[in-house]
Design a protein around this ligand. Structure first.
Ligand SMILES: N[C@@H](CCC(=O)N[C@@H](CS)C(=O)NCC(=O)O)C(=O)O
Length: 262
């Protein structure tokens, strides 16, 4: 049988969800990977597969094309060998779904804050982010107050949230946003265990902070900010060879040279 093909962007959190699931199942090689460069127009063949949409990940199976990371996670969990990552008991699966249902607003709040360039909006956006963490704190205290993960091990909800916890390193670096110690103990414990889980090490902090510089100045998805000729998401020069980006995102947009992109 032909392997499914995952078209993905390595630094993309939605794509990382799928990589984590494959690692959790011990099925990294069960899917062929096609790396897509977010800084150039999508290849026509890929656009034809997706009927013109550009959002990734996309999974091409023997039966057809699947879009949306959550859909792909559930499909691969159901069809590949290895341990089930989704909870098997109906009630537990429903609890898992309730937590996953919080991921969209959580993600949007973090991206709105990092991409903001209006200093006057900073405080309301920080408050909105904190509110999202409060929802997670409340949920975990409700469902599993003494535990670390939602259930006894890193599962589907963790595969969904961990890439966002990693991207939100950009909130600490570019916004000085830290989760307060008091009142957030349970979500902090969850987040720390998620971040250090062996199945979730596809990207690291330095890579994220360098690649996501453009998001911090309000420009997403591989587009080029004003005054620059290259996106911070370009593959070369490799992020390891680039200097750490400046943090003063409200003052100015750093040049290609300053970011090591020239
Ligand atoms: N809801 C989608 C979101 C995927 C998404 O936003 N992917 C971004 C990369 S992080 C993307 O492909 N951006 C480029 C584009 O949309 O053209 C999912 O969960 O798969």
């Amino acid at each position: 049988m032909t392997k499914p093909v995952l078209h993905y962007i390595p630094a993309c959190p939605f794509c990382q969800r799928v990589e984590i699931l494959l690692d959790l199942k011990g099925q990294r090689t069960a899917v062929d990977l096609d790396v897509v460069d977010i800084t150039v127009p999508r290849p026509p063949a890929l656009l034809a597969l997706t009927r013109g949409t550009t959002s990734l990940p996309v999974l091409v199976t023997a039966q057809g094309v699947l879009k949306e990371s959550l859909v792909i996670l559930r499909y691969l969990d159901a069809t590949l060998a290895g341990p089930a990552i989704t909870r098997e008991a109906a009630y537990e699966r429903a609890v898992e779904e309730m937590l996953i249902a919080l991921a969209g607003d959580f993600t949007s709040a973090g991206y709105r804050l990092v991409m903001n360039r209006d200093e006057g909006q900073r405080e309301p956006l920080r408050a909105a982010m904190l509110q999202q963490y409060r929802h997670l704190e409340d949920f975990l205290v409700w469902q599993n107050p003494g535990g670390t993960f939602l259930f006894e091990r890193f599962g589907l909800a963790e595969a969904v949230f961990t890439p966002m916890f990693m991207r939100f390193w950009f909130l600490e670096y570019y916004e000085g946003f830290e989760l307060p110690a008091e009142g957030f103990e349970r979500v902090r414990r969850w987040r720390a265990a998620c971040l250090e889980h062996p199945a979730a090490q596809q990207v690291g902090r330095e890579e994220i902070l360098k690649l996501y510089y453009d998001y911090a100045v309000g420009v997403g998805n591989g587009a080029v900010p004003p005054g620059r000729t290259r996106s911070s998401f370009v593959a070369a020069p490799h992020w390891r060879q680039r200097p750490w980006p400046p943090r003063d995102k409200y003052a100015r947009i750093a040049s290609d040279a300053e970011l090591g992109l020239a």
